[in-house]
Design a protein around this ligand. Structure first.
Ligand SMILES: Cc1ncc(COP(=O)(O)O)c(C=O)c1O
Length: 376
């Protein structure tokens, strides 16, 4: 019988990669040719309105990055000096930095060992008289436990800002992330499921938050008097050309989220039950977007996380390390914390190739390499 030739990649299998169709090219070309003067906001308005509809909120504000959205969300929630904001240890540094930008203090809490998101038990313990807000992060596409987090927020009258940057299309009991709290923030940075190159979106049902964020993101411009500014604001606007790209992406978001889920289903097929690793989970109340299909190495695995990444690279497989616990980073390390789950998961986690253009054959190849290395 003829043996099937073993798959061997000629190029590095990347961790991310966008889905770009003819539609993106068409809309961006139109914006480049015609999106000026009185048409300079045409795609911005269409993108914001399509995005608000998709998430299921009243207001969407397109911005230059997810970080800008988080910063403006903190401003919109009137967070300032003397306030504390509770942030999970495992997140991109931007979640903590924006708390600092407004002069408040981030307080780091532990994560759950399966969802890798904020642990509501650790959250409750961290609340003080100074706590003003909670910032759950839907890490790698799995929603944080918003049912418990919102209960705690209600009990202590706290604002909730969802860092939904990595979770477009994820849901809690059928409701989209970003629409589960006072305000949600998304990122369209190039490695995300929906991209605009760089970019972000703030979403909310709260008119006060929306208007304050909109104005502060545009140099605190006065809407009633030309060239008049009422405070020191920021320049966080998105361009019409990026919005044209974003509109095409959001019109295709359903199939794009399904592709992410498909990629994870392939990893699950090849790696589920393999001794020594934990894969992403999906709670019964959740829909995981699986932005990054990932593994966490158990204590029993002999190869270190970093050596494993080096070995995978030799086999033409690119990976990313998990985010380190934020309180390990030099500028936050003076804070004393006791977050053992995050301190284990962060340095033992690997994001596997998860880009839109992956094939089942590539996922199989990556999975076989992972299996081979954990047996070493
Ligand atoms: C959890 C999280 N928060 C915030 C951000 C910031 O988004 P951006 O890079 O668009 O500023 C990211 C993006 O990488 C993220 O993953």
């Amino acid at each position: 019988m003829k043996q099937k030739k073993k798959f061997s990649p000629k190029e590095l299998i990347l961790t991310a990669g966008p889905s770009v169709s003819e539609k993106e090219v068409r809309y961006v070309t139109d914006a480049v040719k015609h999106g000026w003067n009185n048409h300079y906001r045409d795609y911005i308005e269409k993108f914001e309105s399509a995005f608000a509809k998709y998430i299921g909120v009243k207001y969407a504000l397109s911005l230059s990055s997810g970080t800008a959205a988080l910063h403006l969300a903190a401003i919109g929630c009137d967070i300032g000096p003397g306030d504390e904001v509770i942030v999970p240890e495992i997140t991109f540094v931007a979640s903590a930095n924006v708390v600092k930008y407004v002069g408040a203090t981030p307080v780091f809490v532990d994560i759950e060992s399966d969802t890798w998101c904020m642990d509501p038990v650790s959250l409750r313990k961290a609340i003080t008289k100074k706590t003003k807000a909670i910032m759950p992060v839907h890490i790698y596409g799995h929603p944080a436990n918003m049912i418990e987090i919102n209960k705690i927020a209600k009990e202590f009258k706290l604002k909730v800002i969802e860092d939904a940057c990595p979770s477009i299309g994820a849901e809690v009991n059928g409701k989209k992330t970003g629409a589960l709290s006072d305000v949600g923030c998304f990122s369209f940075q190039g490695a995300k499921a929906v991209v605009t190159g760089e970019g972000g979106m703030l979403v909310t049902d709260d008119r006060y938050i929306y208007e304050k964020a909109r104005d502060y993101g545009n140099h605190a411009k006065d809407h009633t008097k030309a060239m008049w500014h009422t405070d020191i604001g920021y320049m966080y606007r998105m361009t019409n050309m990026q919005a044209a790209f974003g509109l095409a992406q959001i019109e295709r978001v359903g199939t794009m989220v399904e592709k992410k889920r498909k990629i994870f289903s392939w990893y699950k097929e090849f790696l589920d039950g393999v001794h020594g690793i934990t894969l992403n989970t999906e709670k019964p109340w959740a829909k995981n977007e699986y932005w990054m299909s990932s593994i966490v190495l158990d204590k029993s695995v002999r190869i270190t996380r970093d050596d494993m990444m080096v070995e995978l690279k030799k086999r033409n497989i690119d990976t990313r390390p998990f985010f380190y616990p934020i309180s390990m980073l030099p500028m936050y390390s003076s804070v004393k914390v006791n977050n053992p789950v995050a301190y284990y998961v962060g340095p033992h986690g690997i994001n596997l190739p998860s880009g839109h253009n992956l094939t089942r054959e590539q996922v199989r190849y990556v999975s076989l390499a992972v299996k081979e290395l954990i047996r070493k």
